[in-house]
Design a protein around this ligand. Structure first.
Ligand SMILES: C[S@@+](CC[C@H](N)C(=O)[O-])C[C@H]1O[C@@H](n2cnc3c(N)ncnc32)[C@H](O)[C@@H]1O
Length: 333
């Protein structure tokens, strides 16, 4: 996709300046193929920049992420950087972590190409082919006749959510729900920070609703199948009736939990208990993170939940990496 197309998409959604962000090499490559000035780009962000050691590219001195975030605060909407295009494919996932200070300030952030998030050519399989050619979870969904909703709790910028839509959309007839604070993690317990090597801190893994909704459109997700519920779970889930989101009992076929911490995971599990259909898939991204602790993290919340609901059984399905786990949700009579 030419950069002009991405800029046009963004210009329809933002009121201020658009900056490009990447490594020095990737920024120079863009300038070599499409003159930055002609593109109307006045700000560059070098995500690895060391203050005082930057050099101009096409007459523009790149900013560090820290400086770009300050500019946004000082300038206010419309005046400073209002949107960022990440132009560095190799580092784009790392940049989406590093650029969180701008996400917190509601800057609209997009990758240069939708194909960096979901493959351009998405195959369509018959049920039989699905048995061999897709992931085990998709295979299970296809083979089991599951047709309900997909819920994801902890979406960040959509790295797992958008590919999940394209994995399941031909099998599930329901909607795809993204529940996230869009302000990063809530307060972790001390051991959750310690057992994640300092990764889990308040506000980390922050995307914003603006960027998430724009990316949904950018990757071609049909608006009628995407429901975004922003807010911390203590407000959007705890004590809330699922019907307000259009969720009926036993209408959920796949539930993916990736909110890292014990407290929000417990809020999610209580919320989804009446919603999961027997045979639904239940995924924990961090089943073995936090040392697979029985007192902190996602697994601890699940163990407490199972104790409280002795009729519920989690049947192991599979895992593709050490930290996560797929289960089949069942209720014993
Ligand atoms: C590790 S990220 C999710 C990553 C994503 N699934 C992916 O694959 O890229 C954790 C997410 O959980 C969300 N989160 C954590 N605590 C939350 C809470 N109490 N309420 C709502 N969202 C929360 C954060 O905002 C963050 O987006």
């Amino acid at each position: 996709m030419p950069i002009e197309t991405t800029l046009e998409f963004l210009r329809a959604r933002c009121s201020g300046a658009i900056a490009l962000c990447g490594s020095r090499n990737s920024l120079e490559e863009v300038d070599a193929t499409a003159d930055l000035r002609k593109l109307g780009i006045e700000q560059l962000i070098d995500w690895q920049a060391v203050e005082g050691e930057m050099h101009e590219i096409a007459g523009v001195l790149p900013l560090s992420i820290h400086k770009a975030a300050e500019l946004r605060t000082d300038a206010g909407i419309g005046a400073g950087i209002d949107a960022v295009v990440i132009v560095d494919q190799q580092n784009f996932r790392g940049i989406l972590r590093a650029i969180e200070p701008l996400a917190h300030r509601q800057v609209l952030i997009l990758p240069l190409e939708p194909e960096w998030v979901v493959a351009a050519e998405l195959p369509s399989y018959s049920a039989l082919d699905a048995a061999w050619k897709t992931t085990s979870d998709t295979n299970y969904v296809a083979r089991s006749g599951l047709k309900g909703h997909y819920l994801e709790f902890g979406t960040f910028w959509g790295s797992s959510f958008f590919p999940a839509f394209y994995r399941y959309h031909q099998w599930l007839a329901g909607k795809f729900f993204a529940f996230d604070s869009f302000a990063g993690l809530s307060q972790p317990l001390r051991q959750e920070t310690e057992f994640s090597a300092g990764d889990f801190r308040p506000g980390t893994y922050c995307s914003n609703v603006r960027s998430f909704q724009a990316l949904a459109e950018f990757v071609g997700m049909p608006a009628e199948r995407c429901v975004v519920v922003p807010g911390f779970y203590r407000e959007t889930l705890a004590g809330q009736a699922p019907e307000q989101y259009g969720l009926a009992p036993q209408s959920v076929s796949v539930c993916a939990i990736d909110c890292d911490l014990m407290e929000p995971t417990a809020q999610v599990l209580e919320f989804v208990t009446p919603l999961l259909e027997p045979g639904a898939l239940l995924y924990f991204d961090d089943w073995r993170l936090c040392r697979a602790s029985p007192v902190v993290g996602e697994r601890a919340a699940a163990l407490q939940w199972l104790k409280k609901h002795p009729d519920i059984e989690l049947v192991e399905l599979y895992r593709a990496s050490w930290q996560h786990q797929w289960f089949i949700f069942q209720r014993n009579p």
